[in-house]
Design a protein around this ligand. Structure first.
Ligand SMILES: COc1cc(/C=C/C(=O)SCCNC(=O)CCNC(=O)[C@H](O)C(C)(C)COP(=O)(O)OP(=O)(O)OC[C@H]2O[C@@H](n3cnc4c(N)ncnc43)[C@H](O)[C@@H]2OP(=O)(O)O)ccc1O
Length: 263
């Protein structure tokens, strides 16, 4: 990491490495519990991504990704305030999910409750062996409020999310991997470097391809076959007629670049 670009956000540590923005949740004394200040800092950060950024990595400072909702703020809310609060989280996590560039979560330690919901809104999840996932909302008398009931079942299935919520059981890093929640499991301490490596790689793709993967693919996957195939054809034709695609394909055909390397 070479340069600190913004100290704009009090509860985030933001750095750039080439075209990768590295965003650290920076409340280690509270295990990166998500209070309003931190959630709004995340929103500001994603709403003002510099133009030249090609991918974002989100991680937790201090050995934990996030212990979820800051429970000390919850006790002050009535039902109306709770509803507005949940809608605020939805807004912020939607910004991440619909970010113009890929967002990669580097997971360590606690990935709990709202922290897990935050991870769900990213596009690739990289875990190290210290990770433990849990949804202890049942034991706190609450329900997920950060979009988890919409996103997590799509990743691991309704029955598995129900198991997590009803039993409060801790799922270890390997289980998160075998369920397909995390796409990568690294050696100890390896999640952040691996996430940065992946981010550097995805940042080299044509922006339109990344856009299609982030914006069109989720819609296509949930559409009827007829609508999905039409959307795919439209997206494919837009991408291949872009000059960026023409340049990249010409470079390959002229043997200048772009050979797929096995292994
Ligand atoms: C309802 O509408 C919603 C809901 C939501 C989302 C809901 C959720 O996220 S529910 C899940 C909430 N999280 C938890 O229940 C986890 C609680 N924390 C722990 O179990 C542990 O702290 C640990 C994460 C396992 C770490 O243990 P350890 O390393 O031993 O650290 P501690 O000594 O326990 O904690 C250090 C320090 O941090 C404070 N802290 C930890 N977690 C939280 C938290 N979630 N909220 C507040 N504070 C936390 C802890 O109290 C300690 O503080 P000290 O001052 O005592 O040092 C979303 C949106 C909706 O609208």
């Amino acid at each position: 990491m070479n340069q600190t670009v913004a100290a704009a956000a009090a509860m985030l540590q933001i750095e750039t490495q080439g075209r990768v923005l590295i965003v650290g949740l920076n409340r280690p004394a509270k295990r990166n519990a998500l209070n309003d200040g931190l959630i709004l800092d995340i929103e500001r950060c994603f709403a003002s991504l510099p133009e030249d950024i090609g991918a974002v990595v989100v991680h937790g400072i201090g050995g934990h990704f996030s212990a979820g909702l800051d429970l000390s703020e919850l006790t002050e809310r009535d039902a109306t305030a709770g509803l507005m609060h949940s809608r605020m989280w939805h807004r912020v996590f939607d910004i991440i999910q619909h970010c113009r560039v890929p967002v990669i979560a580097a997971l360590q330690g606690a990935v709990i409750g709202g922290g897990l919901e935050l991870a769900c809104s990213t596009h690739i999840r990289v875990a190290d062996p210290s990770v433990y996932y849990a949804l202890p909302e049942g034991s706190r008398g609450i329900f997920v409020g950060g979009g988890g009931s919409m996103r997590l079942p799509r990743l691991i299935g309704v029955h598995r999310m129900a198991d997590m919520m009803l039993t409060g059981r801790v799922y270890k890093a390997e289980e998160g991997m075998s369920l397909g929640f995390a796409q990568y499991l690294t050696e100890a301490g390896g999640a952040l470097p691996k996430a940065i490596e992946l981010a550097e790689r995805v940042a080299q793709n044509a922006p339109l391809t990344n856009f299609a993967v982030l914006q069109a693919l989720p819609l296509i996957a949930e559409a009827s076959p007829q609508t999905g195939l039409m959307l795919e054809a439209l997206m494919a034709s837009v991408a291949q007629s872009d000059q960026e695609a023409k340049n990249r394909i010409r470079d390959f055909l002229e043997r200048k670049a772009g050979k797929v390397k096995p292994g």
